[in-house]
Design a protein around this ligand. Structure first.
Ligand code: GLC
Length: 399
């Protein structure tokens, strides 16, 4: 699952607990781990498959309006079909409130929503850099009753696109502190990467990210290449192609880049893992090397909750997370040499790793547990519901 999908599960989990009387239906474009996790929380899951063209239309910021418009034109028939199917499904579910979780669904949800359903967009990425999406969302924002964003940065960006009159509420993401813990099973990263086991005492440094180019895989590899071989360090890229959109690097390119940098033997590529917490636990240092502002940076909080020190470029939402505690070293995204120096510093200093790791753990426990979302999310929903349905859904009316 990607970060936004994990957030959706957090939302389902906290609602299930905070508002047990509310039935939850989850509509997805494909079956898979997300559907399974939603069912585990007793949500009723409906899979309405995306066509191939619709699945591919997405997060790319490249190409400008022209090429995106061309792609949209070729997608239009299946988008219209999807809107029709979604409208009839929603007509059967009759939701009091619809929460959409990704750009395509923000647009399709607004176009397909039945009369009388409140609409909440949960925005996980910057809108302004996506020319076509920004245009569509600007037009449709008046159909929403609230917009949640995953950081203040994304809230500011969204406000620029949709205007000041829309109700925008930043809610920083949370993680499941029962899943992301320092203790528990650890993945064998060497075996997963097809490498021989690293000798005892090797410091394992990992980047966990999708293949989107701006996650900074190359910066990560360059940083590793700059580490003096006197430090026993092994790097791991944990992840792969998660979305069928086009802003992806390829795993093959990254492997060749590692070989060209002379670190083919010092870096492993595990592929996508289904237990991220067990991957974090297997690492000594987590690198978050996004070279563009990160909308939120969920990986940083997950690493902290597992008690791991983080090295980050601290751009966008990542800077907001860091304002809650002292558990990370910050680097300039244009300076692979500084990443190499930070890795070396942590590799040589187990006490510093330990101090940052335990600061991260207490920061995650204090500020990023699901109990915060259990307060903040229902409050936004109830306000949106009261806009549409009057006082029917306020807590006092429920009581
Ligand atoms: C998106 C963002 C990431 C964020 C996640 C969850 O994937 O790129 O920064 O952590 O959504 O909100």
């Amino acid at each position: 699952m990607g970060g936004a999908e994990a957030c959706l599960i957090d939302a389902v989990a906290v609602l299930r607990q905070a508002r047990p009387g509310w039935p939850i239906a989850v509509v997805l474009g494909e079956d898979g781990p997300l559907a399974k996790r939603a069912r585990d929380y007793d949500a009723e899951v409906h899979v309405l498959p995306f066509s191939r063209e619709l699945a591919r239309l997405g997060d790319s910021g490249e190409g400008g309006l022209g090429s995106l418009a061309a792609r949209l034109a070729s997608t239009a028939p299946s988008a219209l079909r999807y809107r029709f199917q979604l409208h009839s499904l929603l007509g059967r579910i009759k939701p009091d409130l619809i929460h959409t979780n990704g750009f395509k669904m923000h647009v399709l949800g607004a176009l397909a929503k039945p009369l009388g359903s409140a609409l909440v967009w949960h925005i996980h990425d910057y809108v302004s850099s996506r020319a076509l999406m920004a245009k569509l969302m600007r037009r449709l924002a008046s159909l929403t009753d609230a917009i949640i964003t995953n950081s203040q940065h994304v809230a500011d960006d969204t406000r620029e696109v949709v205007g000041a009159s829309t109700n925008i509420v930043p809610i920083l993401n949370v993680v499941d502190l029962k899943e992301f813990t320092p203790d528990g099973p650890r993945l064998d990263l060497d075996r997963l990467s097809g490498l021989i086991s690293a000798p005892e005492g090797t410091v394992r440094v990992g980047l966990i990210a999708t293949l989107a180019w701006w996650k900074g895989h190359r910066l990560f590899l360059q940083g590793l290449a700059g580490v003096d071989p006197k430090h026993a360090v092994r790097g791991y890229y944990i992840g792969g192609a998660l979305y069928q959109t086009q802003s992806q690097s390829s795993l093959g390119d990254l492997r060749s880049a590692a070989r060209e940098l002379g670190i083919g033997e010092r870096v492993g590529f595990t592929g996508i893992v289904s237990e991220p917490a067990a991957a974090f636990r297997a690492l000594d240092v987590v690198v978050h090397s996004s070279t563009e502002p990160e909308p939120f940076g969920r990986v940083i909080v997950e690493a902290a909750a597992c008690g791991k020190p983080v090295i980050t470029t601290a751009l966008g939402g990542a800077a907001e997370i860091l304002s809650f505690g002292d558990f990370a070293l910050k680097i300039d995204p244009r300076r692979p040499d500084l990443l190499a120096a930070s890795i070396s510093k942590l590799a040589a200093n187990p006490d510093l790793r330990q101090t940052l790791g335990s600061n991260g753990l207490s920061t995650a426990r204090r500020h990023f547990g699901r109990e915060r979302l259990a307060r903040e999310l229902p409050a936004v929903y109830e306000e949106a519901l009261s806009r549409v349905h009057g006082a029917k859904f306020t807590r006092s009316a429920e009581a």
